[in-house]
Design a protein around this ligand. Structure first.
Ligand code: HEC
Ligand code: HEC
Length: 389
């Protein structure tokens, strides 16, 4: 079992879970799936893959692969630890290795625990026991007992009666941004800057966000000096989304499942004046300290049922972190935005520094210009249709 892969993965922080070769493979799988389903309705993972039998079979192909990312992260593994020759051209994802068989049993076990003990709620996940260890620890070490408390926090925030109410925190945020009136007047914006990458990868491109209220958003990274790297695009037109990833063999797929729900939410929250319509069941949790600063924490649920946690700087009232969680039977699939360097443009504050992290990568962007209420061609939010031969 070998941490040669893991060492590589930790060194190159960008590719936290899947590793370069894993990413390429995932892209290949997604591209094949996309070709297969071009016209028809998207296939479930159970229909698309050859040997998928657990409750994961109900997921979209993308959400299934994200679940593989969750399992890998939760156990501290790489794809190759369960799948023969993953990371090479001879990868065999279908064959059942002994560890894969155990994992399948564990997936069924977790579904059973939640069904039989927690009314079907997702109370127990792989992480609950594994905490990034292949073999869960069953006994507390005395160093840990007398050491600092564990920093692991549950994704679901507990009630915190002493904390300011969600309503108060959101009102403060709206005021800090420039007030409800100015936010309602914001109908579109174009933000430009550069991609600074992360850990030395993905930098030196130009970056653009184009957004139109209430729910269209495209984020575009171009490498003009390195055309071979290709453009990275995430575009959502209010109904459908597509993704083109820069650093791979295979380039693009229509978003589906939790990924599509997430893109819709990103587009809606680009216009924070609508936050109360977009997120339901808003409630506040206990304030948290991150990097020495104090944050008010508010949690809500999107119309598609994604769990969303927002962290507001207690001094400025501004949103510093936004985490949304996709659903999977093995555990939630986190995607995170960090915002900094807020500057005022036309009376509304925008974050000029944005960091985007997901299970298999992390990217950072620095904006230098935001223009508000400009016309944006509708085609900017669409997937260019391939002309059929
Ligand atoms: C701890 C073991 C484990 C790890 C690590 C793991 N997988 Fe899996 N993988 C499984 C199991 C179990 C199944 C079968 C699931 C089922 O039957 O529902 C599976 C199935 C698959 C399949 C479907 C193959 C087919 O056609 O039947 C693909 C593709 C896949 N995994 C990709 C990945 C990728 C990519 C990674 C790394 C991000 C990964 N897996 C990491 C255990 C693992
Ligand atoms: C209730 C606690 C618990 C949960 C939840 C749990 N596991 Fe485990 N898992 C264990 C224990 C304990 C072992 C070690 C069993 C042993 O040593 O025989 C283990 C072992 C494993 C192994 C074999 C490790 C090896 O040595 O090769 C895999 C793979 C695994 N778990 C996958 C998963 C996956 C995937 C999930 C989530 C779907 C999960 N587990 C959830 C308790 C748990």
């Amino acid at each position: 079992m070998k941490p040669k892969f893991r060492a590589h993965v930790t060194a190159v922080t960008v590719l936290v879970v899947i590793g370069v070769s894993g990413l390429v493979l995932v892209d290949r799988i997604l591209a094949q799936a996309a070709q297969k389903v071009a016209a028809a309705k998207p296939q479930t993972a159970g229909e698309y893959f050859k040997n998928v039998t657990t409750p994961l079979k109900e997921l979209s192909v993308h959400d299934f692969l994200s679940s593989m990312g969750v399992i890998s992260a939760d156990l501290g593994l790489d794809c190759a630890d369960c799948h023969t020759a993953a990371g090479t051209d001879n990868a065999d994802w279908v064959v059942d290795t002994p560890r894969k068989k155990t994992a399948r049993r564990m997936i069924e076990m977790v579904a059973g625990i939640n069904r039989n003990n927690f009314g079907g709620a997702q109370a127990v996940t792989c992480f609950s026991c594994h905490h990034r260890n292949l073999r869960p620890a069953s006994t507390i070490g005395l160093d840990a007992l007398y050491g600092p408390p564990s920093e692991d926090k549950d994704a679901v925030v507990g009630a915190a009666p002493d904390a300011p109410s969600a309503e108060q925190v959101i009102n403060k945020y709206i005021e800090a941004l420039g007030g409800a009136r100015r936010l309602a007047d914001l109908r579109s914006f174009v933000a430009t800057g550069k991609s600074v990458g992360y850990g030395g990868i993905g930098g030196s491109g130009t970056f653009q966000i184009l957004a139109k209220a209430p729910d269209q958003r495209t984020a575009l990274t171009e490498f003009k000096d390195h055309p071979e790297r290709g453009d990275g695009i995430r575009a959502y037109n209010g109904r459908t989304g597509w993704i083109k990833a820069p650093r791979n063999l295979v380039k693009e797929h229509d978003a589906e499942g939790g990924e599509l729900d997430g893109m819709r939410l990103d587009a809606q929250l680009a216009f924070p004046g609508q936050i109360r319509q977009v997120l339901k069941n808003l409630r506040s949790g206990a304030p948290e300290t991150i990097g020495g600063k104090d944050f008010d924490v508010v949690q809500g649920t999107s119309s598609e049922g994604l769990l969303v946690t927002l962290y507001f700087n207690q001094d400025s009232g501004l949103l510093t972190r936004y985490v949304r969680y996709g659903k999977s039977p093995v555990g939630r699939i986190p995607t995170q935005f960090d915002f900094a360097d807020y500057r005022e443009v036309g009376g509304v504050k925008f974050p000029f520094k944005i960091t985007f992290s997901w299970l298999d990568g992390k990217d950072a962007y620095q904006l230098n210009d935001v223009t508000t209420n400009v016309p944006i061609e509708p085609a900017k939010f669409e997937r260019p249709r391939l002309t059929q031969p």
